[in-house]
Design a protein around this ligand. Structure first.
Ligand code: 5GP
Length: 205
């Protein structure tokens, strides 16, 4: 097929990156809920990460995560099978290369719900990716939400709370995040994320 002007103007790597949206934020900030709604409203593809952490009740292997042994995860790191990976709360998490390739082949925008370390790696590899940081309204609200969620032991919830402050500081220091959204009202936060992604898409068209 003859190359068009548009093909020439956008190198393939950049074209793929424009279709990547990263959403990060401290644990318990409401990332999963916001992602679910944004994916529905904009028809985005959602990346399924791999992890070494234990499966939680209600989660499905292959849908929520690909649950792997540490050995298998490390083998895949060595084989270059992750676009990014990071150790979070003592467990490994990573975005499989195939997730990005599948979305690219389907011509879909891919949403990555990953931690700040991963978001920074994505932005360094794909500077055109859109990275959004979701923030809690104020620290106490986050602490309350984490303990209410009850998916972790109290010490684990406390550990996640301590990590939250550090994660926001890391994201800001790296200067890799394109936008910050405060989740004090869920509907408003979702609208804001939707509008940020739509604005970026229009600019790229
Ligand atoms: P959880 O164990 O609560 O599902 O996730 C813990 C943290 O790991 C969250 O901040 C989540 O965004 C992050 N996470 C999930 N998948 C990935 C991934 O593929 N890469 C990175 N870097 N972080 C991830």
């Amino acid at each position: 097929m003859p190359e068009t002007r548009k093909d020439r103007a956008v190198p393939p790597r950049q074209a793929a990156a424009r279709a990547l949206v990263v959403l990060s934020g401290p644990s318990g900030v409401g990332k999963t809920t916001v992602c679910r709604e944004v994916v529905k409203r904009l028809g985005l593809a959602e990346s399924t990460s791999a992890t070494t952490r234990k499966i939680r009740p209600g989660e499905t292997d292959g849908a929520d995560y690909y649950f792997l042994s540490r050995e298998e995860f490390e083998r895949r790191i060595a084989a270059g099978q992750f676009v990014e990976w990071a150790e979070v709360f003592g467990q490994l998490y990573g975005t499989p290369v195939e997730e990005v390739e599948r979305a690219r082949a389907d011509g879909r925008t891919l949403l990555l719900e990953i931690d700040v370390q991963g978001g920074i790696q994505i932005k360094r590899k794909f500077p055109e990716a859109m990275a959004i940081l979701l923030l809690p309204p104020e620290p106490q609200a986050l602490r309350a939400r984490l303990s209410r969620r009850g998916t972790e032991a109290p010490e684990e919830a406390e550990r996640r709370f301590a990590k939250a402050t550090e994660e926001v500081a890391t994201a800001r220091a790296a200067g890799c995040y394109d936008a910050e959204v405060v989740n004090d009202d869920l509907g408003a936060a979702i609208n804001q994320v939707v509008s940020i992604i739509e604005t970026r898409r229009k600019r790229n068209d």
